[in-house]
Design a protein around this ligand. Structure first.
Ligand code: AMP
Ligand code: MG
Length: 412
């Protein structure tokens, strides 16, 4: 049996280099950038007006005030999207819209609210201006050639907008892996089917399907298989052939019908480890078939989900060129059970209390009790050997990517 740290190192060593592909701009939201985004032009691209108003020479309106407005002759109207045709001379101005290029000769914009009496030919300005007022200067935000986004960032709304503003049609992104998922167990049925005595519904595969999608992978193959070596062999052979990652649940422990590991070894999967000193999830299997990463997760629903978050989620992140999401430290509001020589993981809640991150584990400790995931926004963990942690002790916390932190504890 190896430690959690050793298990992470063995998985780390098996990670292939992320694969890059070119993707249409319209598809890239949520993908991870495999290239730097470099500004092809300055931002703003040209000096333009920050306001609807009048482009002026600041010297002409230096003495303007509400008591003594200055009258200017209007020589042009400049809309956003076109270049001004005229040069503003002494005593002249041009009506200008937000985003429109500043006409030559002008060096400031007076906002329309600080003028009156506009009649196409002239306008009265009653506010003194400085050169540069109400202008967005070319290059004030971004210079040509500046690196705006570096490779390895997931494309959120801001990144998407920047990519669009650079006019890019194709973007290099890291491709998430194709994943084969299979649940094993003669007892498993699907929603919609009737349950005979002793049978239960399969919940692991829907859960893990969603998890793979959330993490940016693609579930390319998924099936529920009985505890039959032949059926396991057929599925696993196809999975290894067609996918970059294989994840099973169930059938990997010491039971008489736990054939998952046997079949993996039979099909040439090279075992990297089987059994980790952790609770839940002790019988975790990890191996490789060429570059295909093969995980055998235990079947208990809490074990499967917690083990996925601890090992497979960060692997999926790295598969896409992301740095794996780290853990935080929170202060326990209640004791946290650690027993014997095993690393302990539990669903729990994390909340903010007087600026401090607080945490409490779920009160349902069984690895078969999936209701412990309800309302959880974190997985808490503690290494072996420490004995039970007490209230006010620090505890390691992995925030669940679909949870949110609130300013108070939800009802426990
Ligand atoms: P196993 O790891 O196969 O010994 O299964 C451990 C426990 O998890 C048993 O109670 C199984 O019935 C249950 N289990 C296994 N696979 C699933 C699944 N896909 N959905 C829900 N429960 C499962
Ligand atoms: Mg089973």
């Amino acid at each position: 049996m190896i430690s959690v740290g050793e298990a992470h190192e063995l998985i780390q060593a098996a990670l292939p280099a992320p694969a890059v592909e070119s993707m249409a701009f319209t598809e890239v939201a949520g993908q991870v950038l495999a290239q730097d985004i470099v500004a092809p032009h300055p931002q703003p691209r040209f000096t333009n007006s920050a306001m609807d108003g009048f482009a002026v020479r600041a010297v002409d309106v230096q003495g303007a005030s509400s008591e003594g407005p200055v009258a200017l002759t209007c020589v042009d109207v400049v809309a956003a999207g076109v270049e001004a045709k005229v040069t503003i001379g002494p005593g002249e101005c041009a009506q200008i819209m937000t985003g429109a290029p500043l006409p030559a000769g002008a060096d400031a914009v007076v906002m329309v609210e600080q003028t009156s009496g506009y009649d196409q030919a002239s306008v009265e300005v009653y506010h003194a201006s400085q050169a540069g007022d109400n202008l967005r200067r070319a290059g004030e935000e971004v210079k040509t050639g500046q690196v705006l986004i570096t490779a390895g960032v997931r494309i959120g709304p801001g990144e998407l907008g920047i990519i669009a503003s650079c006019g890019l049609e194709q973007v290099q992104v890291y491709r998430g892996p194709t994943v084969a998922l299979y649940g094993t167990g003669d007892e498993l049925r699907e929603p919609g089917e009737d349950l005979l005595p002793g049978q239960i519904y399969n919940s692991n595969i829907p859960v893990l399907t969603r998890m793979v999608q959330l993490a940016g992978g693609e579930v390319a193959l998924s099936r529920v298989i009985g505890d039959s070596k032949d059926a396991l062999r057929t599925f696993l052979a196809e999975a290894i052939e067609t996918c970059q990652m294989v994840v099973s649940t169930g059938g990997v422990s010491m039971g008489r019908f736990d054939f998952v590991r046997d079949v993996m070894l039979e099909l040439g999967v090279e075992e990297r480890f089987w059994k980790v000193a952790q609770k839940p999830g002790k019988p975790l299997f990890f191996g490789q078939s060429g570059s295909v990463m093969v995980f055998g997760l235990p079947g208990n629903p809490v074990s499967a989900l917690i083990i996925f978050m601890e090992y497979i989620w960060p692997t999926l992140e790295q598969f896409q060129g992301l740095r794996p999401t780290g853990k935080l430290t929170a202060i326990l509001a209640e004791p946290f059970p650690v027993d014997g020589g095993k690393h302990r993981f539990l669903f729990g809640q994390v909340w903010l209390e007087e600026g401090c991150l607080r945490a409490a584990p779920t009160r349902k400790l069984g690895s078969h009790m999936l209701t412990s995931a309800l309302g959880a926004n974190a997985i808490l963990d503690a290494p072996p050997g420490t004995g039970p942690l007490r209230a006010e002790d620090p505890v390691s916390v992995r925030l669940l990517p679909w949870g949110a932190i609130h300013a108070r504890r939800a009802t426990p």
